[in-house]
Design a protein around this ligand. Structure first.
Ligand SMILES: [Zn+2]
Length: 451
């Protein structure tokens, strides 16, 4: 099909695509422990049914040990045809109603954007897959595998499952439909992701809580000691102060400061942290944050010294750095900056590497051409500060395969994981077109395959 004919087909199907995306948003499919299983199970079935309605006959649920089932489907092709695996996830982040303008589970249109939890991350990815496959002609010359899982946001590590089932995941190209651009209308492919590591630091000073008037001034307070330790994690400019951390600063600036301030919602007059271009700080350098702290809430606070306090410290690691090594540096730093001989326990929680996506392959070049055709402007390479641990497990299964990390999520307004998540409906249309063009191009057999 010629690109213009395909463009019209996508246009025609958009009302149905958006109705289906609205429907998916209504499922509070949260995979985190403690949330009900029923919406996850219903969402898995609905994802499978949706793919069938879009013409993928061979689709079923597969059990994932310790987690929710994944939706798996295939479009066959003759032996020797290129194999593409399309990835998305049907689980979403939790959403408390406070902070949202509307109900997170009731889809709503505002200014060309569809709002609701999962609208962008990653239920739009499910529609990208369903719609682009429905536009693929019969005997298209490309074998397609579809893997839509239910544990990206809060499930077990899928790596062992992937390692045990190479036949499900082996392919020539992974299409990871769970990313996006800096801004809607600006086509982009993500070519690097940072890794993440975390530890828990616990400080103990007293056998029990005691009166802050009777004992304060001499008896050490665990919370104050913890704050002291945490305050040593950053220097005066907001750079991580942990010595020896790997950093690959770059000069190229792909992320305008003003766009970043707006996107992140940084308040007027408040300084940014770190040094160098924004894209370098986010994509090529480490960052350190406290993501949780156990301390008495201000409501009901009493005049007592705190005997024990703990915090979780998260470290983002540049792609290519060794996460265990970086985490050890952080843990050593926390122990070294412990004052007053207080008891401190630093406990490792997790460490996953980042990901670097090579850009020299023929599929990457083809994906850039398809994006340019769909958007009418050239695509740019961007990094991502986030982490998808699964990618390294997939790479082990198919070391020769290329990766294309793209999707409908724009960093400027999508607010993924945050309040008022939304997706630009034009972006959904353009990404369906880009992915359809790419699958069609691959099926034409013009892209050489690395064996
Ligand atoms: Zn996602």
């Amino acid at each position: 099909m010629l690109p213009d004919a395909l463009r019209r087909r996508v246009q025609d199907m958009m009302p149905q695509v958006l109705r289906d995306l609205e429907n998916l948003i209504r499922y509070p499919s949260i995979s985190f422990p403690g949330f009900p299983a029923a919406p996850m199970e219903e969402m898995a079935t609905e994802t499978m049914d949706l793919l069938r309605r879009y013409g993928l006959d061979d689709v079923h649920l597969i059990d994932i040990p310790g987690g929710y089932p994944a939706v798996y489907g295939e479009i066959p092709a003759a032996p020797g045809a290129p194999v593409v695996l399309c990835y998305a996830h049907y689980d979403v982040q939790p959403a408390r109603k406070e902070g949202w303008t509307g109900d997170p589970w009731s889809p709503e249109y505002r200014g060309g954007r569809l709002h609701g939890r999962g609208a962008a991350d990653d239920k739009a990815g499910i529609l990208m897959i369903a719609a682009s496959l429905s536009l693929l002609q019969k005997n298209a010359g490309v074998r397609v595998k579809v893997f839509i899982e239910g544990g990206e946001e809060g499930g077990p590590d899928l790596s062992p499952f992937i390692a045990e089932h190479p036949e499900l995941f082996s392919c020539n190209l992974f299409l990871i439909d769970d990313m996006g651009s800096l801004m809607a209308g600006e086509p982009a492919i993500s070519t690097s992701l940072r890794g993440e590591a975390a530890c828990r630091v616990t400080v103990s000073t007293l056998q029990q809580g005691v009166h802050s008037g009777t004992f304060g001034g001499a008896a050490p307070d665990a919370l104050m000691a913890l704050i002291h330790i945490l305050s040593n994690l950053l220097d005066a400019e907001g750079n991580p102060a942990v010595s020896g951390l790997t950093s690959f600063p770059e000069d190229t600036d792909a992320y305008p400061v003003e766009l970043f301030r707006r996107t992140a919602g940084v308040l007027d007059g408040v300084d940014l942290w770190g040094m160098g271009p924004i894209s370098s700080r986010l994509w090529c350098q480490p960052s350190v944050n406290v993501i949780g702290i156990d301390a008495p809430p201000t409501a009901g606070a009493t005049n007592a010294l705190i005997p024990k306090a703990s915090a979780i410290v998260s470290l983002r690691i540049p792609p290519g750095a060794d996460p265990d090594h970086e985490l050890n540096l952080l843990m050593t730093h926390l122990r070294k900056h412990t004052p007053w001989h207080v008891r401190v326990d630093v406990h490792r929680l997790r460490a996953s590497p980042g990901f670097i996506c090579p850009t020299e392959g023929p599929f990457f070049a083809a994906a850039c051409r398809c994006l340019e055709s769909a958007y009418g402007k050239p695509a740019r390479e961007i990094g991502s500060g986030g982490t998808i641990p699964l990618l390294n497990a997939l790479r082990k299964i198919a070391p020769q395969a290329e990766f294309i990390l793209w999707g409908c999520e724009d960093q400027a307004l999508s607010h993924i994981h945050g309040e008022d998540e939304s997706v630009d409906t034009g972006e959904v249309e353009r990404m369906i077109l880009a992915q359809s063009l790419l699958l069609q191009t691959i099926g034409e057999g013009k892209i050489p395959i690395k064996k």
